[in-house]
Write a protein that binds this ligand. Structure first.
Ligand code: ADP
Ligand code: MG
Length: 531
């Protein structure tokens, strides 16, 4: 509209608007009327030609006869006069508006004044449309950032998160490559952990020292850095690699978590580019988001480890209890043997080899006795310690530990906790162990997922804990022998879990344990603990 209006009003033959490309500082024709395609593609450095002169000086220029003005670059043979005026917004020159005529002296003083006025309006309109485009772009990017955030935090797997971050960063920033480096605090080095858009070669980029590298500087100071051309930057460490990959401009931002940098996120363009403040803000937001997701994934990993530990502990304490039982069972027959052996009062000549044999037998029986004693005193030292417990809180703790295992096996957890539960006198560790046993059994019973319902009910003189699964269930025969030690249907099972649960509930806590189960109908365990 601006060019059309200018050409009409000035009764010119052609006209154009050329804008200064901010990254290259070169005048490029944005729109034109009456110019050939070749001319339209013409690019002028500031200072060259009539347009270039106007851009350089910020003054209007009227050329009454192009043949007499050395500044004029002939692009159309028949152009005889030209009028060019600057486009200025808030004191900054953004481009040039010009009109040409095939007549000499086509433009007057009044024409010049009018075109200057038109240019002033036009500059403001162009500026507004840029602002509008920038706001629209920003809105679009923020929206994209939200989607990215949702995507990143939906995963708990560290490698997957890292890969998603670099992938999204490339898309969001419209860059060639994105790399993510994490700080290894043990050796103060930055290690490349994920990369998008680069060749396999790049993935073998060696770790960077935090103290003397460009990206190390970003991490150390916790501030973004941009480099216009990494191929010509002294502090950039892998210039050769950058040349091979065709990397030009770099923007690197720190990944901050609670004010501590944990790494850096860097994007590279394939063409020379100046990153705007908006670019920096968006990449920084993404980097901080990534930092949170990474921290979460690490925490999550620890929970999983703790859970594995739990399972191992279950085995160990089960075996410990077993050892104590065995010791107890051996002690009585051993005492009888010892008594009878001594009452035999076997005496042989010193020369008789049987003299030595009887000695050895007595020694070995004493030895066995000592082992049994030690085992028993060891298991006594782990005897129950009772305290007044709120079983709701205790269950919540156990469920917190197994939460991940349940989701992993596609098991939905339902809890129905009684509002006011009387406290019971119980041994925390043992009740926890018993419950863990039951939950892990339920998980094993639901290989294709299901629902686990855990509830607490306050009864007249006891607290009732129920644990119901929707798993494979048991036959009548299985149920009858359920609490016998070593009875298991699993390849890795010990068959001791329920034997111990039974001991903990009925013997140690004087409670009651009931089971309801049928094949394919799930299983319900009910535990009553006296108040
Ligand atoms: P383990 O878990 O090592 O097999 P347990 O004593 O804990 O030993 O369980 C014994 C057996 O009882 C299991 O192998 C399984 O066959 C059966 N069982 C226990 N809990 C359940 C349940 N919730 N659903 C179905 N079967 C179960
Ligand atoms: Mg078990």
């Amino acid at each position: 509209m601006v060019v059309r209006e200018a050409v009409d009003v000035m009764q010119a033959n052609s006209g154009s608007v050329a804008l200064i490309e901010p990254h290259t500082q070169i005048l490029e024709i944005q729109t034109s009327i009456g110019l050939s395609p070749v001319v339209r593609r013409l690019k002028l450095p500031i200072g060259r030609g009539v347009t270039g002169w106007v851009a350089k000086t910020g003054q209007p220029l009227r050329v009454p006869d192009t043949r007499a003005d050395p500044r004029y670059i002939s692009v159309r043979k028949d152009v005889r006069s030209e009028l060019a005026v600057p486009l200025i917004v808030e004191g900054e020159l953004i481009g040039v508006l010009n009109v040409d005529s095939t007549r000499c002296n086509a433009f007057s003083d009044d024409d010049e004044a009018l075109l200057v006025a038109l240019a002033n309006h036009a500059a403001q309109v162009i500026h507004n449309s840029w602002l509008y485009a920038a706001v629209a772009l920003n809105a679009h990017r923020l929206e994209a950032l939200f989607a990215v955030a949702r995507d990143i935090i939906s995963s708990h797997d560290l490698e997957e998160i890292l890969q998603r971050v670099v992938c999204h960063a490339c898309e969001l920033m419209e860059t060639k490559i994105c790399s993510l480096m994490l700080l290894n605090t043990a050796c103060d080095r930055l290690e490349l952990r994920a990369c998008h858009g680069a060749s396999a070669d790049y993935l073998h980029k060696p770790p960077l020292s935090v103290d003397d590298s460009l990206i190390g500087n970003v991490v150390r100071r916790g501030k973004p850095v941009q480099v216009h051309n990494v191929q010509q930057h002294d502090a950039y460490q892998h210039i050769e690699l950058a040349r091979r990959e065709g990397l030009v401009s770099l923007l690197s931002v720190p990944m901050m978590h609670s004010n501590t940098p944990i790494g850096a996120l860097s994007v590279y363009t394939g063409k020379s580019y100046r990153f705007s403040n908006q670019d920096i803000a968006i990449l920084s937001a993404l980097a901080d988001l990534a930092a949170i997701a990474i921290k979460n994934a690490r925490l999550h990993r620890r929970v999983v480890d703790v859970e594995e530990q739990l399972r191992r502990n279950e085995r160990l304490s089960t075996l410990g209890l077993l050892a104590a039982e065995v010791a107890h069972e051996i002690r009585n027959p051993l005492t009888v043997m010892k008594m009878l052996f001594h009452s035999l009062d076997l005496r042989f000549d010193d020369a008789d080899p049987r003299a030595r044999d009887t000695e050895v037998m007595a020694e070995k029986m004493d030895h066995l006795n000592r082992i049994v004693d030690r085992l028993l005193s060891f298991s006594r030292s782990s005897e129950a310690t009772f305290e007044r417990l709120n079983l709701n809180t205790l269950l919540e703790d156990v469920l917190l530990l197994t939460r991940h295992k349940l989701t992993q096996h596609k098991i939905t957890l339902q809890t129905k906790f009684a509002d006011r539960l009387p406290k019971v006198r119980a041994d925390r560790a043992q009740i926890e162990q018993a419950y863990l046993n039951l939950i892990l059994n339920a998980v094993d019973a639901m290989p294709d997922g299901g629902t686990l319902t855990v509830s607490t009910v306050a009864e007249a003189s006891s607290v009732l804990l129920t644990l119901a699964d929707t798993g494979v269930g048991m036959t009548k025969e299985q149920r009858a022998r359920l609490f016998e030690p070593f009875l298991t249907t699993k390849t890795g099972g010990t068959g001791l879990g329920l034997a111990i649960v039974q001991r903990i509930i009925t013997e140690v806590h004087r409670g009651k344990l009931e089971v309801d189960s049928a094949p394919h109908r799930g299983t319900v365990f009910r535990i009553y603990l006296p108040v």
